[in-house]
Design a protein around this ligand. Structure first.
Ligand SMILES: [Zn+2]
Length: 303
């Protein structure tokens, strides 16, 4: 029996996933993300309708998507053709059904908190490093929202001055309009650019990951990446003090990244104080959709 639906809406594909009462994945539908706003609303609202049809009844439906929704209900996102548009309201109107619309990194934090590496812990943080950088925090199995809607926008925290100065880094303008955000160094495109500027070598993130333990330009670039990421993690730990940090995104697939980060973070922590566990997210590709579905179920009082 289908009880919950989550839609993982990304820049290239939109995948609806259906879950039974035990949160097992029972069906999925993957469609390409269109490049116009009207078509985007059609695709996502169509997947909401497909989910309801497959369930044969009204069920909670959540959408996890990149970017944020501002105080007017308008999307702020570089990865979807929806900038400035009332995407959540238009999906609901077109589907004729209530939809919970949350940031995909927050969805991963919630999914990991309840179903993944955060089980048994109170405060669970996600840090997703891929084409961008984002995250979220779940408290006792729930996300909290505040007046700014920006909680979890870790990619737009300024890079530590010590990291920038000591490594002789340039300042880059971020997609958000500000200068010096950690995303401009840590995200995949940022790492590639930083590696080129530091070493004169053009390397992909995979090449850097594969050669990070051999002396040479890849290791040099990786050690600066670790320094900036560890400083970000220390700032987050000193702000939030989570029990566990779940890493996700394309760069989390680099072999040994969690251990490398643990090692660097422990060197930066104040002597005599503890640290959260830093581990890879467990949910894989299902995390975003399952987290969005759970947020919808929580909003509507199903769980
Ligand atoms: Zn930024």
């Amino acid at each position: 029996m289908i009880c919950y639906a989550g839609i993982d809406l990304g820049g290239t594909k939109s995948e609806a996933q259906l879950f039974d009462a035990s949160w097992r994945l029972v069906d999925r539908q993957r469609l390409a993300t269109p490049d116009t706003y009207e078509a985007l609303v059609d695709v996502v609202s169509g997947q909401v309708k497909w989910s309801l049809q497959r369930a044969g009844k009204a069920i909670p439906v959540g959408v996890g998507a990149p970017g944020m929704i501002d105080t007017r209900g308008h999307a702020f996102t570089a990865n979807l053709p929806a900038m400035g548009k009332p995407l959540p309201a238009d999906i609901k109107a077109s589907a004729g059904h209530q939809v919970a619309y949350i940031n995909d990194c927050r969805a991963l934090a919630l999914s990991e908190a309840v179903f993944g590496v955060g089980q048994g812990h109170s405060t669970v943080m996600s840090l997703i490093i891929g084409t961008g950088v984002g995250g979220g925090v779940a408290y006792d199995g729930h996300l909290r929202s505040g007046p700014s809607s920006c909680g979890g926008e870790f990619g737009h925290i300024a890079a530590a001055v010590a990291s920038v100065q000591e490594n002789g880094l340039s300042l880059y303008r971020c997609g958000c309009g500000r200068i010096g955000c950690v995303e401009t160094y840590l995200a995949g495109p940022g790492l590639v650019r930083m590696a080129r500027d530091l070493t004169g070598k053009v390397m992909t993130t995979q090449e850097i990951g594969a050669k990070k333990n051999q002396s040479g330009p890849a290791r040099d670039a990786w050690s600066v990446w670790l320094d900036i990421t560890a400083n970000l993690l220390i700032s987050l730990i000193h702000s939030v003090d989570p029990d566990v940090i779940a890493l996700g995104g394309g760069l989390s697939k680099i072999s040994g990244v969690a251990d490398d980060l643990k090692n660097h973070v422990s060197k930066k922590q104040l002597p005599g104080f503890g640290l959260p566990d830093i581990v890879l997210a467990a949910g894989g590709d299902a995390s975003g959709a399952r987290g969005a579905a759970l947020a919808a179920a929580q909003e509507t009082g199903y769980v």
